[in-house]
Design a protein around this ligand. Structure first.
Ligand code: NOJ
Length: 551
């Protein structure tokens, strides 16, 4: 199979692999590149267009690999550079492209440049690669500001010589100083390094925070900071100078044929501003589905907004229902809905809910899966690119009851256990109903898998035509055919429906989603895929079900 050139990413279905939890070939309990390569036939049969590989770089795992020790190497526990090349070759041979994760906001505190900054001392060029500031007070023992880091605790860490360094996330993740040209140059070298290894695209972690301006004297207090909108006047979120950084990246991407692409990870920016990033890089993540619930009115608003923002910038829409940072959507839709414009509010609430209930969360498992399947089918019919998270094709639920001593996410420890963190969606995948780690590998699993995983295993679902895995396979195969069909367009036309129902057409391809609980009439047409069983006479769409039709 050959890889076609051009703007393949505009309607790509991208499958996120969290490498330490995907497939383990050597039996050490941690997923690896050889394991991932052995699953390329699975990915091809699933029908995805691309894979996004979360960080696989050397790391002490203070934040699941988002604390990078060396950007141009492979963690020896995960594999070697040769094994990376072999994975790229196997993916490409199967017609699947590859995105890798780039973490440019911060390195790890074990990175050689940070270690050099520590030894070189205040005022040195080495320190200027990071954001060091003198402490306040007579003995410089107080942090430069009272700001809080995203994972809790102070955003400044003392280094024992009167200076502190800034970290937006954990103390093990010092932020780079992007005003320093050496930092910019080094990242361009990293991008070229992976592009030379055949990588097709990049997912940019914390993409909106690179440009920082800490020149105000005094810097705003935490309370003042909270009142500054993200954008040109904020000291570190979504400043205008960031465009110039990414223009440099674009120029590097354009050195390649086909040009490389990137998707910017942006959470809280006002969504219309996200289009700026997408315009330069190709794509930005729109996470708006994460707080839309299973609610026709809110889902429609998200679709309309994202389509208009992306049309305005000429970029491609992106859709996401799950990733390694949020409660899996099969669980989310089984919990009481929360209507909030704050993307994080819903997720934090979900995690609190799960934590409070421990081993037996009051989760409506059947409804959660039914709604997850329906909304996924709806998402996959939308124009643009959909990002899937490993295990969602199995309908996997969040593992809410991990023992405290097994939890790895810094959010758990740094919140004093009040927030159970993100480990529940990062538990290694079940491939078989038995075996030491349900087929994840010949040894154990680095996060304990619950007994109920066996019913979700790939091997179990493969032989069940009604399984979630087979639904995803059917949907992705049909999507490929439909996108190649004359008359199927990227313009979406809403069809008139009752409340609780959404229906749209893309030329002859119609998608109907019934979020209500009672059946609604099925429009005329040939049924292509349905997220659940239809009645025998196929005249209606049951509650909480989606269907694709060819008209
Ligand atoms: C976003 C990543 O998706 C998340 O997992 C990580 O903790 C933060 N960025 C910090 O790198």
């Amino acid at each position: 199979m050959t890889i076609d050139q051009g703007t393949w990413w505009r309607d790509a279905v991208v499958y996120q692999i969290y490498p330490r939890s995907f497939a383990d070939a050597n039996g050490d309990g941690v997923g690896d590149l050889v394991g991932a390569r052995s699953r390329v036939p699975y990915l091809a049969a699933l029908g995805v267009d691309a894979v996004w590989l979360s960080p696989f770089y050397p790391s002490a795992l203070a934040d699941g690999g988002y604390d990078v020790d060396d950007y141009r190497a492979v963690d020896p526990r995960i594999g070697t550079l040769d094994q990376f090349d072999a994975l790229v070759a196997a993916l490409h041979a199967a017609g699947i492209r590859l995105f890798v994760d780039i973490v440019p906001n911060h390195s790890s505190n074990r990175h050689a440049a940070f270690q050099a900054a520590l030894s070189a001392g205040p005022g040195s060029p080495e320190r200027d690669r990071y954001l060091f500031r003198p402490g306040l007070g007579p003995d410089r023992a107080l942090p430069p500001t009272d700001w809080t880091a995203n994972f809790g605790g102070p955003a400044w860490e003392p280094v024992g010589d009167g200076e502190f360094y800034f970290h937006l996330f954990a103390p093990e993740q010092p932020d780079w100083n992007w005003a320093n040209p050496l930092v910019r140059e080094d990242f361009l070298t990293t991008l070229r390094f992976w592009a030379d290894h055949g990588v097709d695209g990049f997912r940019i972690d914390v993409a909106a925070a690179l440009a920082k301006d800490f020149s105000a004297d005094p810097l705003p207090s935490a309370a003042e900071l909270a009142a500054i909108p993200f954008g040109p006047t904020h000291p570190f979120y979504d400043r205008d100078e960031i465009d110039e950084i990414y223009a440099g990246w674009r120029a590097a991407f354009d050195e390649y044929d086909p040009p490389r692409v990137a998707v910017a990870e942006l959470w809280a920016e006002p969504s219309p501003r996200k289009a700026r990033y997408a315009k330069i890089l190709g794509q930005a993540f729109f996470f708006d589905f994460l707080h839309a619930g299973f609610d026709a009115r809110r889902v429609r608003r998200v679709v309309d907004d994202v389509l208009s923002w992306t049309a305005a910038s000429g970029s491609a829409p992106t859709w996401v229902l799950s990733n390694h940072d949020v409660v899996r959507h099969a669980t989310r839709f089984g919990l009481p809905d929360v209507d909030s414009d704050d993307i994080w509010a819903g997720d934090r609430r979900d995690r609190r809910w799960l934590a409070a209930r421990g081993a037996e969360p009051a989760e409506d498992v059947e409804a959660g899966l039914r709604r997850a399947r329906a909304l996924t089918l709806f998402m996959l019919a939308l124009p643009g690119s959909s990002y899937l998270y490993q295990g969602e094709e199995l309908g996997l639920r969040e593992v809410a009851d991990l023992p405290d001593n097994a939890r790895q996410d810094p959010i758990f420890a740094r919140s004093g256990g009040r927030d159970i963190g993100r480990d529940g969606c990062r538990v290694p995948l079940p491939w078989t109903p038995g075996g030491p780690s349900f087929g994840f590998g010949p040894g154990g699993a680095h996060l304990p898998q619950p007994a109920w995983f066996k019913t979700y295993a790939v091997a179990v679902q493969e032989s069940d035509p009604a399984s979630t895995l087979n639904l995803y396979r059917r949907a992705l195969a049909a999507r490929r055919d439909l996108l190649a069909r004359p008359g199927v367009s990227n313009d979406l036309t809403w069809l008139p429906t009752d409340d609780h129902v959404l229906a749209f057409a893309r030329g002859p391809w119609t998608c109907l989603l019934n979020t209500g609980t009672t059946p609604v009439p099925l429009p005329e047409g040939e049924i292509i895929v349905a997220s659940g069983d239809l009645d025998d006479d196929q005249s209606s769409v049951p509650g909480e079900t989606a269907v694709w039709l060819l008209t």
